[in-house]
Design a protein around this ligand. Structure first.
Ligand code: NAD
Length: 459
């Protein structure tokens, strides 16, 4: 029986031909692409913000901070530094290798596949693309079909700003992504949930393709008595309710020291009022749940604890109010699944030690937040594992390009942003260059005790 032709074979073959031509290797070509992406974020701000508003009711300021300006900054930073990143680096050659020179020569991996998620549909596709282009790769970008308006906008606009023979935007859902994953890529970066992450990794194994997985999970947030509680409430509220909680790095739940639960409820309530007014539904600054399926999923969490404030759901408007839950059993779904919505459970623990034991006994978080003293924060850093730790704030570590963004264990593998994105899509090729003036006879057969003795002394 004839197999159906692969719909993307020609597109990927076209990218491979571009890569093989060597056109993507010169630094000037890379800078040109990166500058194009930075320019697109400025020139197309209105179109991209409109698409994000259509998909997620994303307020312009959130679109600007976390997507447009973020990508503009990433692309400009990469454009500025790519010459240095791509330059060969000398490493020391020991005595036995003399005369000789050794260096690391970064080379692009080839043709990359970037699969994005729907919650930050520009950041999660173009951020990795910046790394791929800085490395000198070609790439297929597959935005999420769930944020359809942004996916269409990227497909329409990106070819106007980057070399269309080197970057292809392919739109589609499970069928298209499955077909793409059948192709041979040289690097895959996937952002999304762990179930699909496993599918991606299995598909990549067939071609021995290296994979970066940017996954999610629960990011706990510890609050101790030593924290500045007003600052904590304000920053937690911002990090939790931005994009209506649909942020992989949002604080998922609070672990507060005994007695702080009701204080945090009141302070968070005050912050919600300050940020979104008496009725957040009428605030232009509060996003919506991406679709009905996710709305039903998030709404179910409201039944698993006591609503301290919020709790309103309007399915027709895809609205779920900023909500705090208390009295939540540790085995309830809201405490075992990633919430990915505007519901914030607060759990009281006896002290910092119990909070640390709680975290160590669960999946490794993408982000671990700590509001407390420096000594407490250092104790958490030393005794736990996490993709990243942020002390006394939420999400702001994303503003530091040289802090690689990525998970560990269940929250992902590999990282990008800044030079780390360049590294993710590069191979650091070791090159050793030997001189022929001297040739130590001791390494060649016939082996003798004297030769071995000399080698031992030279080590
Ligand atoms: P999603 O539904 O948009 O899926 C992600 C991508 O996987 C999409 O491009 C989609 O087309 C593709 N996909 C879906 N099912 C597939 C299948 N069966 N086979 C092949 N491809 C398939 O997004 P999602 O998974 O709902 O995203 C939410 C998750 O992503 C959360 O866990 C969140 O924490 C995580 N996330 C992580 C980061 C990060 O950078 N670490 C960023 C954003 C989101």
């Amino acid at each position: 029986m004839d197999r159906a032709p692969d719909p993307f074979a020609d597109r990927v073959a076209g990218l491979r031909a571009t890569f093989a031509s060597g056109r993507t290797r010169p630094i000037e070509w890379r800078r040109h692409q990166l500058d194009g992406i930075a320019r697109m974020m400025v020139e197309q701000e209105a179109a991209l913000a409109a698409a994000l508003a259509e998909d997620l009711h994303k307020p312009l300021q959130e679109a600007w901070i976390a997507e447009l300006s973020f990508i503009q900054g990433e692309a400009a930073y990469a454009s500025k530094h790519v010459g240095r990143w791509a330059a060969p680096r000398r490493v020391r050659t020991p005595l036995v290798g003399q005369p000789g020179r050794s260096r690391l020569v970064p080379e692009p991996l080839g043709v990359a596949l970037v699969i994005g998620a729907w919650n930050y549909p520009i950041q999660g596709t173009l951020g990795p693309l910046v790394g791929a282009l800085a490395a000198g790769c070609c790439a297929v970008v597959k935005p999420s079909e769930v944020s359809a308006a942004t996916s269409h906008a990227l497909a329409r606009l990106l070819p106007q700003y980057v070399d269309p023979d080197a970057v292809a935007v392919i739109e589609g859902g499970i069928d298209e992504t499955t077909a793409l994953l059948g192709q041979h890529f040289d690097a895959i970066l996937y952002t999304g949930n762990g179930t699909v992450g496993r599918i991606v990794m299995a598909a990549a194994a067939k071609h021995l393709t290296p994979v970066t997985l940017e996954l999610g999970g629960k990011s706990p947030c510890i609050v101790t008595r030593q924290a500045d509680l007003d600052a904590a409430a304000r920053r937690i509220a911002w990090g939790k309710w931005m994009n209506a909680g649909q942020t992989c790095i949002a604080p998922d739940y609070l672990l507060v020291e005994k007695g702080l639960g009701s204080t945090m409820v009141e302070r968070l309530r005050a912050q919600v009022k300050r940020m979104y007014g008496d009725d957040p539904k009428r605030s232009p600054d509060y996003a919506r749940i991406v679709n009905e399926r996710h709305l039903r999923r998030v709404a179910r969490y409201l039944e698993t604890g006591r609503v301290a404030f919020g709790g309103e759901v309007d399915a027709a408007d895809r609205y779920v109010a900023p909500t705090v839950l208390v009295d939540v059993p540790p085995d309830a779904p809201v405490m075992t699944e990633e919430i990915f919505g505007p519901v914030l459970p607060i759990v009281e623990v006896a002290d910092l030690d119990e909070a640390i034991r709680w975290i160590v006994g669960r999946d490794t978080p993408l982000v671990l937040y700590v509001f407390g003293s420096s000594a407490e924060a250092e104790s958490v850093v030393a005794r736990t594992s996490a993709g990243q730790v942020c002390v006394n704030d939420t999400m702001m570590f994303m503003a530091v390009p040289e802090l690689p963004f990525g998970g560990v264990g269940a929250s992902g593998t590999g990282a990008y942003t800044g030079s780390h994105g360049f590294r993710t899509f590069s191979h650091l090729k070791p090159v050793m260059h030997r001189g022929t003036m001297l040739d130590l006879d001791a390494r060649y057969p016939p082996y003798t005790a004297a030769k071995l003795g000399l080698l031992r002394r030279l080590r």
